[in-house]
Design a protein. Sequence first.
Length: 116
Amino acid sequence: QVQLVESGGGLVQPGGSLRLSCAASGFTFTMYPMKWYRQAPGKEREMVASIGAVGASRTYLDSVKDRFFISRDNAKNMVYLQMDSLKPEDMAVYSCSAQGWGREYWGQGTQVTVSS
């Protein structure tokens, strides 16, 4: 059974940091690029960051470049999103996704709230 389980969300003040984690199981994690998406109320889901299967390539949404960092640990089947200098506009439900080989797997998401 495929599972992607996010954790690490919560309430943070503007300018603060959070580290999101995504635990993967039930598929060959090392074969899949991994992505973090977010969706704010009333807005479309957008891809925040992606990382290649071996971690050699990374891409970011322009608005999070230089503030967010995606990484993965293939030995632990984990992917992370370090988020620094958080802004109110970063507030959303963040989900991880594995996409490749004609398949897509999604987690349930974790809420990130940025507010003073």
